[in-house]
Design a protein around this ligand. Sequence first.
Ligand SMILES: C[S@@+](CC[C@H](N)C(=O)[O-])C[C@H]1O[C@@H](n2cnc3c(N)ncnc32)[C@H](O)[C@@H]1O
Length: 274
Amino acid sequence: MLINAQLDYTEADFNAIASLVYNRVGISLHKNKKNLVYNRLIGRVRANKLSNFAQYIKMLGDNSHTEWEYFVNALTTNLTYFFREHYHFELLKAYVNEHFVHTTITEPVRIWCSACSTGEEAYSIAMTMVEVFGTSKPPVKILATDLNTHVLSIARKGHYTPDQLERVTEKQMHQFFITHKHNNTYEIKPEIKALVHFKRLNLMDRQWPMNSQFQAIFCRNVMIYFDKNTQRSLLNKFAHYLPAGSLLFLGHSENFPDHQNQFVLLRQTTYTRV
Ligand SMILES: C[S@@+](CC[C@H](N)C(=O)[O-])C[C@H]1O[C@@H](n2cnc3c(N)ncnc32)[C@H](O)[C@@H]1O
């Protein structure tokens, strides 16, 4: 009976959690998320055998506590699917076709999928690259990063259920997936997995570890969780990683903050670095 009892959770607790998560990972939690936060974290409070949220917050006062990983994992929203906002993949295809397919390139095309969740977006990019180059080994390197370690482990495995493949065509299904009949799942083929390197990265980290630039960055459906200042500084950081003429893809509901002169809108939330 005690297991299902409500645990003490005050306005002050919510504010403390909102401030912890904002400072560490940039996610800005509005007051109306109070219940959602309770539901997302209650399991963590119990897993740590604590009897209220105040104790949990105290525990997070230790910046290097292992609970931090579970805490941020619990508070991220990870919805994604294959070929989400499909026009971006068409634009990417046209861009790569125009600049890299018919010329001799000495370096692989580098693409960063910067909030990759469970992997569908990064693998959609990889499939697009195989299609545009017309080979299962295109000269492409895809870096796929996310903050959440749980979604990254799903992404690395690359196993999906039939309903997750709704937007994948029959042809792509045969070309890019292995069918596992015994449990009715589809696994990304090794040659597609080989194009993607998954790594944990917090977009809020003052410094990122990459030291080369990218021909395209995908940062879709994550900036909506950040406030304007955070969005602005993130875009400034992306600008350093994009040479002139390269592309930045944002999510459909993401407005570009004002005073941005490093990017111009190409079309449909796709920007060119100027
Ligand atoms: C809604 S999903 C979007 C997934 C994919 N980009 C798409 O558009 O389908 C948002 C992702 O952003 C990640 N995220 C949130 N804050 C982050 C941060 N500070 N650094 C890196 N990733 C973050 C979450 O873990 C989550 O997987």
